[in-house]
Design a protein around this ligand. Sequence first.
Ligand code: ARG
Length: 526
Amino acid sequence: MIKKDLEKWLNENKIEEKVEHPSITKFGDYAIRTGKAVENLTKNDIVEKTEFMAGFTNIWLNKSILIEETEKIGTEEWSKNLKENGIGKTMVIDYSAPNIAKPFGIGHLRSTNIGQAIYNIYQILGWKCIGDNHLGDWGTQFGKLIVAIKKWGEKAVEEMTIEDLENLYVKFHSEAEKDEKLDDEAREWFSKLENKDLEATEMWQKCIDISIKEFDKIYGLLGVRIDYALGESFYLDKMDAVVKLMEDKNIIRESEGAKIIEFKTMPPAMAIKSNGTTTYFLRDMATVKYRMETWNPDLIIYEIGADQELHCRQVFETSKMLGWTPQFYNVAHGMIRWKDGKFSTRKGQTIHLSEVIDKAMEEAKKIAPDNDEKKIKAVAIGAIKFNDLNQDPKKDIIFDWEKVMSMEGNSGPYLQYTYARCQSVLSKSQKNAGISGETKLELEEENLLREFYKFEEKIIEAAERFSPAVVAEYLINLARKYNEFYAKFRVIGEEAEEQRLFLTERTASILKLGLTLLGIETMEKM
Ligand code: ARG
C-alpha cells in the first residue's frame, strides 16, 4: 500500500509526522506538517514532486506507482495483502437483535445494515468474523404479553401475526395504566416462565415462531444472513455461573433484595431483581462469557442504539472487573427521524420496516429499468441501506425520501447508476483498456486516477473507526470524479479511448467491490 510505503520511508528518514490527504486536490495527494521544506522527499520512487506551503509539505505521487497500485485492486494479490491486516484475529459482532413479538423496527434496520457492513469490512481485512443476532426473546415483556393474550386475544396464538402480538402488547400498557394489578400478574407470569411452567413456555415458543418467520422474511429481503441467532433465552442456564464469578470477585452485593453491581462513575447495574428474576444485564454478562469461551475473540463489537450506551458501558466495565480481556466497542448508532420532525408513529408504536420497504419499492419503480422485479428490489434495498451507511453511525439521520432515492445526490441509486453507466461505456468498446506512466492525462482524468489507490486506506480506516460511512463517502467521491470526467469527455472512438476505458473499468470495479462491502447490489444496466 502506498501510504504504508511512504510512512516507512519517512520514518527511516526521521520524519514522524502524520500523512494525510489534503482536502483539495491541488494540494497534492498527501500532505505532512513539516514546519519547513523537506528537501530529499523525491529521493524514492513513490514521490514525483513536493511543494512546501504554509507549514505543510505537499506530496504528489509518482504516476507509474499510482497506476501499478490501481491495477492491483481486486486481484488475488490485493486481497491477500489486505488480509494481512487482521490475520489471526477474531471479532464477534452483536447486531440486528430485534425483539420477539414486536415488529422489526427501523432502529433494528440500522443495526442490521451497519452491523453487516462492519462485519464485511473486517472480513475483507482478514479477521475471522462471527455475527451473533442477540434476539430479544426473554424478559418481563413476555409476562405482559402472556397476560394480554389470555385476556384479550381473539384467536389462537398460533394464528396471530406479529401485528396482533404488538397490538396486544400495546393494549396491555394502556390497560395497566388503569389497573395496577395487571403488572403484578405480568410479573407472576414471567416468573412462571423462568421456572419452566408448561403453559407459559408453550405460549412463549409460539410467539417466537411467529416472530422468527417474520424476521426471516426481512433478512431475506435485505440479503442478510447472520451466523448465529442465540438470543437472550440461550443464556438461561448460563447465568448462575456468572453470578458465582461476581461473588468470587466480590463485586456484587445485595440491595433491597436485589443483587447489584456498583461502579465509580455510573449508576449501578441490576443483575437479579428482588423477586428473583434475572435481567437483560445479567444475560448480557453471560453472553460475554459464552463468547469468550466459544470463540476467544480479540474484539467484541455491539451495534446497538445510542439509548443503550449506559447499558453497554456497564457490561464492558463489569467484564473488566471480572478480569475479562477482549476489547469492547459499542457503535451506538443514532436515531432515524423523518424529514418533517420526529418519526410519527401510530399510538406510540414503532415504525414498521415493512411499510418503509413498500414505499421504497414504489419509489424504485420510477427509476429501476425494465419493470424488472429483481432490479426494483435492488434499487429499493440499496437506497435504504445506503441511507443508513453513508453517515457517521453515531449521528441521528434524517429520512428524506427525495434524498434517499435521488439519482444525483449521495444515494444508493446514484452509485448504482454510475456503475451501470461505466458498464454501458465498456460494453460499447472493442478496444482494450490501457494506460502507462507516460500517458498524457486531462485534469479530470488525472483527478480520477488519483482517487483509486485510496480505496484500501478507506477500508482500513472504516474498520478502525467502526464506520462504514468512510467507505460510503469514498465511493460517492469516486463516482463524482467519474461523472465529472464523463460529462467532459467522450470515450468511444477517441484517441484517448484506451486510457479512458482503463479509468472507466477501474471505477466500475471499485464501485462494485465497495458496494458489495456495504451489502448493496449492482446491476449492469439501469
Ligand atoms: N434486543 C435489544 C433491543 O432491541 C437489542 C440487543 C442488543 N444486544 C445486546 N447484546 N444487548 O433493544
